[in-house]
Write a protein that binds this ligand. Structure first.
Ligand code: SF4
Length: 246
């Protein structure tokens, strides 16, 4: 699809498509937003270094991936309209990019719902996106129980925990739909850690445990280590839900 000047409505003077970097574009996904068919955009870079991260090339060496032209993405999204319900903005960590609101405005202008995947480290960005009506659903990865030692160990960097708590509190107000998620790694999380976090997030809409993928993690020491059995994750999901929803 050929883009006309009129269609690029939200960019300030002097800014071009090339100022926004997108490194991955999955045209259709059935698993990224429950009940919806979505396209997924992957933005480069992240301010965390989670040892289990399976997107570490995108985090540490994003230059290894070609930039995907936004003109191409917008053109394909326009063609997918009617089949795809929304667009999931993922990464890396999307909220570290100053141009994120402009990117989402372009997607919104096409009439799509928008889901944001985030680590919750930029509460001011999250608040602004929600207040501007730019996101419809937020999936926030909570890394560990909300204490400095657990969080720093699991995020792989010193984390400003107050910012994480601010994002959690903001989402808990329920202005938009949201989901908290935690990737569960045996070397980092014990049963009591998950139950402690569930208690800390009591009253939230959900906290979903996800199993760790040991195939190609950021920290080579985790490579090939055994994840928890899927049945255990399912059992924990039910126990966590009982606490979070109580
Ligand atoms: S928050 Fe962690 S898991 Fe997510 S992209 Fe960043 S380093 Fe990877």
């Amino acid at each position: 699809m050929e883009l006309t000047k009129r269609e690029i409505v939200h960019f300030p003077q002097g800014m071009t498509w090339e100022d926004i970097k997108v490194k991955g574009f999955l045209e259709t996904s059935f698993v990224d937003w429950a009940g919806k068919v979505v396209s997924v955009l992957f933005l480069p870079g992240c301010n965390f270094r989670c040892p289990y991260c399976h997107n570490h090339l995108l985090v540490l060496n994003p230059e290894q991936y070609e930039d995907i032209s936004l003109a191409h993405i917008v053109g394909r999204l326009a063609e997918l309209k009617g089949w795809v319900d929304g667009v999931c903005i993922s990464g890396g960590e999307p909220t570290i990019h100053p141009h994120l609101p402009l990117l989402i405005e372009e997607i919104k202008a096409l009439g799509f719902l928008v889901k944001l995947d985030t680590n919750g480290s930029q509460p001011h960005v999250l608040r602004s996106l929600v207040n501007e009506g730019l996101v419809d659903f937020v999936a926030m990865d909570v890394k560990a129980p909300l204490d400095e030692i657990s969080y720093t160990r699991t995020a792989g960097v010193l984390v400003n925990l107050e910012r994480i708590k601010e994002s959690i509190s903001f989402l808990q107000k329920g202005r938009i739909e949201y989901q908290f998620r935690i990737t569960v790694v045996p070397a980092l999380h014990r049963e009591e850690d998950l139950l402690k976090l569930a208690l800390q997030l009591r009253g939230s809409s959900s906290l979903t445990p996800q199993n760790f993928n040991p195939q190609d993690p950021l920290d080579e020491n985790l490579k090939g280590t055994s994840p928890y059995p899927d049945e255990w994750i399912r059992e924990m999901e039910a126990r966590i839900a009982a606490i979070v929803n109580s």
